[in-house]
Ligand binder design. Sequence first.
Ligand SMILES: [Zn+2]
Ligand SMILES: [Zn+2]
Length: 143
Amino acid sequence: MSDAITIHGSCHCGDITFQAEADPARVVICHCTDCQKMSGGPYRSIVQVKEDAFRLLSGEAKPYFKVGDSGNRRELSFCANCGSHLYATSVVEDVPKGQRMLGIRTGLLDEVAQLAPRSQVWCQSRVPWADDISSLPGTARQP
Ligand SMILES: [Zn+2]
Ligand SMILES: [Zn+2]
């Protein structure tokens, strides 16, 4: 991970802050229906980080367990106060704590602009208009 950068994240209310070492090549967009449902958006952007390279600086993440589209049990982590989604990972029954990969939601990160996605997964449930929003008229702020 020679190209690793330090990422700094926080939830919306600020209770939870964290830091991690991340490889910018490991950013994916996930179009799975769980990401759509849980984010409330059409897809989600995620950076994969090793659990031992993740450091929670403040707050306490609340876990939520689900069975993913993949059929695997997943542990999702979010802020119990503001509801911001932090990451998804394997359950400790499948992968020992400390050795898991955390799929951190890149919208939490100060470095989100540097973390351009490199690939997409679960394209079978991708919304058809997601391919080209760059051609839509835009304003710098809410009009
Ligand atoms: Zn929060
Ligand atoms: Zn997903």
